[in-house]
Design a binder for this molecule. Structure first.
Ligand code: GLY
Length: 315
């Protein structure tokens, strides 16, 4: 027999859910595509994502194409094969991709793969799995005919690593300077969402360390019913709060994307005694095309492509 108090609580919860979905439904869906991505490198990534949509691609195609630009940028030191290595001088990459319909794919701790986001997409589309790691993921890449490149550091990266080794006593550092992951969210003209997130992770990390970026719900989460969110910054702080999932669930409960981002940052600060030297940035985009951005400290930039303009903004 259902207890009366439990019944009243479930009726109240159902009422609140209906009210929340009415609140969301009262707003129109976005008129045109919106693309939102982290940091200054989001600008060229957004251009490629928009081109993918204009040439008939899906939101998922656009998310992948967008972050591929950052992965291929040989001047980038925090995404792709020219990112800073771990403390043993080895570059290991993490990436994920998610469709608003709930499908997701992820790879982490992979070496020598130029486009880990594309491998993550293959995991999502061609396997029964969500996540593949290290040697197994690399073996799967070879089976797909994806070339595995040798671990060769650009000269300046080699020099930076050698300098770090002199001063660091082999201790990994968690700080504000060390992360510029790209996370990118796409809302297409039909109101469908997708996202991607890719990184070389924390510079000088311990070999084997994985951050938030390839973890569905931490670095990225997307739901066609509500919206999407993506994070950048020190992955350990994002992992402990599943900040992207949290932001999407806050939007589901009626928060605007801005409120959802601020709540995720508030939660990170509340869970950690000292965030003076830690940066985390979060972006959110809802099905109405509204966006939000927040960070622990000033300095987090993001790129917004909306209404024909692709602009760099500050959170
Ligand atoms: N957000 C990237 C990382 O912590 O690896």
């Amino acid at each position: 027999m259902i207890h009366r108090r439990a019944l009243l609580a479930s009726v109240a919860a159902a009422g609140a859910a209906v009210a929340t979905s009415r609140m969301r439904a009262a707003l129109p869906l976005s008129g045109g595509p919106v693309i939102l991505s982290t940091w200054d490198h989001g600008i060229p990534a957004n251009v490629a994502a928009m081109e993918a949509l204009r040439s008939g691609g899906t939101a998922l195609d656009a998310a992948e194409r967008g972050v591929m630009v950052t992965e291929a940028d040989v001047t980038n030191r925090s995404v792709g094969l020219t990112g800073y290595p771990d403390r043993d001088g080895i570059v290991t990459l993490d990436a994920c991709i998610m469709d608003g319909d709930g499908r997701a794919g992820s790879v982490c701790f992979v070496q020598g793969i130029k486009h880990p986001v594309s491998l993550a997409r293959k995991v999502m589309e061609n396997t029964p799995h969500v996540m593949m790691v290290g040697k197994g993921a690399e073996q799967y890449a070879r089976e797909l005919g994806i070339e595995q490149l040798p671990n060769v550091l650009p000269d300046d990266v080699q020099k930076a690593w050698e300098n770090w080794k002199k001063e660091s006593r082999y201790q990994p550092v968690i700080n504000i300077e060390n992360h510029d992951t790209i996370g990118l969210l796409v809302l297409d003209a039909n109101g469908r969402l997708a996202g991607a997130c890719t990184t070389s992770g924390l510079a000088w990390k311990m070999h084997g360390r994985v951050g938030d970026s390839p973890i569905i719900g931490a670095g990225l989460y997307v739901d066609n019913e509500v919206g999407g969110a993506t994070c950048t910054g020190v992955g350990e702080y994002v992992l402990r709060t599943l900040a992207s999932f949290l932001a999407v669930e806050r939007m589901r409960m009626g928060d605007t994307p801005q409120q959802a981002c601020e709540e995720a940052i508030r939660r990170i600060k509340a869970r950690h005694a000292d965030v003076r030297n830690v940066q985390v940035g979060i972006l959110a985009l809802d099905t109405h095309g509204r966006h939000g951005a927040a960070s622990i400290h000033d300095g987090f930039t993001f790129a917004l492509h909306k209404d024909g303009k692709n602009q760099l903004r500050k959170a």
